[in-house]
Design a protein around this ligand. Structure first.
Ligand SMILES: *Cc1c(COP(=O)(O)O)cnc(C)c1O
Length: 363
């Protein structure tokens, strides 16, 4: 029996989507390949509330994060970090020789609109990056408030890491004015890992012309131009199997479950998990900014000064065919993470939370 994953990616993939991955290959320059890619693009635009160009990359989400900061920064990037994945974006900039400064919040705290305004008012930056949903701390950043600040800086290109929230949490890309929104397949989209997806604005595209060395494989301009010229195809051979699966999954999300219903299901699971965490532990991050796709929980049981052992907890859960996430980065062994993203539903959340109570003998 497959182990039920409550880790924040990869998430559980449904049987019919897995079956899609075993279909025969087609030529990646065929008309059929173009049709699949066009349908993916149309449905992805609906899920992300955007008319921006959808670009796919055969890589995990990190590939397009690296490509975006490199392709779009002509002057200097302001990287706002609320944890491990914001830090990673800064490292990518440094590793590529992209001038950048990092603006960190304390763990468990958000990026505030005031921080963004203060950085941009210096006039030093032409790009900002924001993590929509920080998978290490369990914060969802206030992008609506940040969007208000961004209106004052129309020349700044706004990059958003929505790897662990897109398709699980509503992000109105065009209304917010996000220029490049990035996600990948193995989180709330509930597919195997291996494809990254972004929605890119005309403004971001135009910016890339000012950047002389953008790399090649992850160059957003090359991807954009190729899709234009070659009728929704890619510069190199894409992971067709994952594209079949993504195509099918997006049809399921848009036409069967419904986008709004999907978000409501994530919200309901989040509320349930937080309430459970409050009863036995403590929700780790600032409560005003809680993620809708995962809950990060302080590993001290209520009224107890000793941490639980998360590896031991997972050993107990493994016997019940379940697994949850240890903390990430500096929060390892100090917090644990329960994902409620992708195809997980209320019954699953009841199952994992009561299993944790049993394994730890909390009752
Ligand atoms: C998982 C994750 C990433 C990295 O994505 P990959 O697809 O593993 O490269 C980046 N940012 C956030 C917020 C994530 O949760």
């Amino acid at each position: 029996m497959a182990i039920k994953l409550f880790i924040p990616g990869p998430t559980v993939v449904s049987e019919d989507i897995l079956a899609e991955m075993s279909l025969p290959m087609i030529g990646h320059r065929s008309k059929k390949a173009s049709e699949i890619q066009k349908r993916i693009s149309d449905n992805m635009q609906k899920v992300l509330y955007t008319d921006n160009r959808i670009l796919l990359s055969t890589s995990s989400g990190s590939g397009l994060m690296e490509g975006a900061i490199r392709s779009c920064t002509a002057k200097r990037a302001a990287v706002f970090s609320v944890g491990a994945f914001g830090d990673k974006w800064y490292k990518m900039a440094v590793a590529n020789g992209v001038p950048a400064d990092k603006f960190s919040s304390e763990m468990g705290e958000p990026t505030t609109p005031e921080m963004v305004d203060a950085a941009l008012s210096t006039g030093k930056y032409d790009v900002i990056t924001v993590t929509h949903n920080e998978t290490s701390s369990g914060i969802q950043n206030p992008v609506e408030e940040i969007a208000e600040v961004m209106k004052k800086y129309p020349d700044v290109v706004w990059l958003v890491d929505a790897v662990s929230s897109a398709a699980g949490s509503k992000i109105e890309t065009d209304k917010l004015g996000i220029d490049v929104l990035i996600t990948s397949t193995q989180k709330a989209l509930a597919l195997p890992p291996g494809l990254a997806i972004c929605a890119m604005s005309q403004k971001a595209y135009e910016r890339t012309a000012e950047v002389p060395t953008r790399g090649l494989y992850f160059d957003l301009r090359t991807l954009w131009d190729f899709i234009d010229k070659k009728n929704y195809q890619y510069t190199s051979t894409p992971c067709l199997s994952l594209m079949y699966a993504l195509d099918k999954q997006l049809q399921h999300i848009v036409n069967e479950e419904g986008i709004e219903a999907r978000f409501a299901r994530h919200e309901q699971c989040a509320e349930f998990t937080r309430a459970w965490a409050d009863e036995y532990f403590r929700v780790y991050p600032n409560r005003k900014y809680l993620s809708k796709t995962l809950t990060v929980i302080d590993a001290h049981p209520k009224g107890c000064s000793e941490l639980i052992s998360i590896p031991e907890l997972n050993k107990g859960l493994a016997e019940l065919n379940m697994q949850l996430g240890n903390g990430y980065g500096g929060l390892k062994d100090k917090t644990f993470r329960i994902a409620h993203m992708g195809e997980l539903c209320m019954d699953d959340m009841k199952e994992i939370t009561s299993a944790v109570v049993d394994v730890l003998k909390l009752k």
